[in-house]
Design a protein around this ligand. Structure first.
Ligand code: FE2
Ligand code: FE2
Length: 254
């Protein structure tokens, strides 16, 4: 007799997870690279090979492996229940505060890598901007979008140098993609350039393990500058609400 957990683990070895008698699916983008996307996601292959599994339903609601999210989630709830470690964001926002930045820029620093901690790594500035755009000042979303490109380009006039960390991560012969160069050129001539540049100036890499910054420090700024929808972030009908819902239920079938 196997326990539900043992059964889940055994199936996981077969690249498929079932819980509460439901098949849990993973979007193709989760496995693309580890697997060839053209062959379909691994769970689909396992399903095709096992008629018994094909009789089961798919998980279309909350994933029982994840902590429950409040019915009307706030931005802070996402930090609490869905985002990965956010020290980098908190320490960057703290630095922006110490440097006397405006509240808008502090918020932009607090959210600049929101896609890294909660959604997708590739083009994180673009995805992050889109996630928050309906809820923040346009300039905040713009700065989040363009910080990604500006990171690669020094600006001596404000003491911003090419990050040492990037030399290590990307190598010293790395050339940013053409769209990054294009968007950098666009940003540097834009009236909001300095807001995006401020993110890069306060974008810390050397996380200080001895400094603990709490989200509590920014609750007021969030309250003043992030338009929390009454029905809950993701339950509203903004242009990015579906992205928030995907963060809450990343394994929802369709
Ligand atoms: Fe970033
Ligand atoms: Fe960052």
């Amino acid at each position: 007799m196997t326990s539900p957990l043992e059964r889940a683990e055994a199936l996981e070895r077969e690249q498929i997870v079932t819980l509460e008698n439901k098949v849990i699916t993973r979007s193709i983008i989760y496995t693309s690279g580890d697997c060839d996307p053209r062959e379909g996601p691994p769970w689909r292959k396992a399903l095709m090979a096992n008629p018994e599994l094909r009789e089961m339903q798919f998980l279309a609601g909350d994933d029982p492996r994840l902590p429950a999210v409040p019915e009307k989630p706030t931005l802070i709830d996402y930090f609490t229940y869905r985002f990965g470690p956010a020290e980098h964001l908190l320490q960057s926002a703290r630095l922006a505060k110490l440097n006397g930045c405006s509240e808008k820029v502090i918020l932009a620093c607090l959210l600049h890598d929101i896609s890294v901690v909660g959604f997708l790594l590739p083009d994180h500035g673009y995805w992050g901007a889109q996630l928050v755009e309906p809820y923040v000042d346009k300039e905040v979303a713009w700065a989040i979008k363009y910080h990604q490109a500006l990171r690669f380009y020094p600006d001596e006039s404000v003491g911003y140098e090419y990050p040492d960390q990037y030399l290590r991560w990307f190598g010293d012969d790395y050339v940013p993609d053409p769209y990054i160069e294009r968007d950098y050129q666009h940003a540097r001539n834009h009236r909001w350039y300095m807001s995006a540049r401020q993110i890069t100036i306060n974008d810390l890499y050397a996380f200080d393990p001895d400094v603990t910054v709490s989200l509590d420090e920014f609750v007021d700024i969030i309250g003043r500058h992030f338009r929390q929808p009454e029905e809950g972030l993701g339950n509203d009908d903004s242009p990015s609400a579906h992205m928030w819902r995907t963060i809450v239920r990343p394994t929802k079938f369709l």
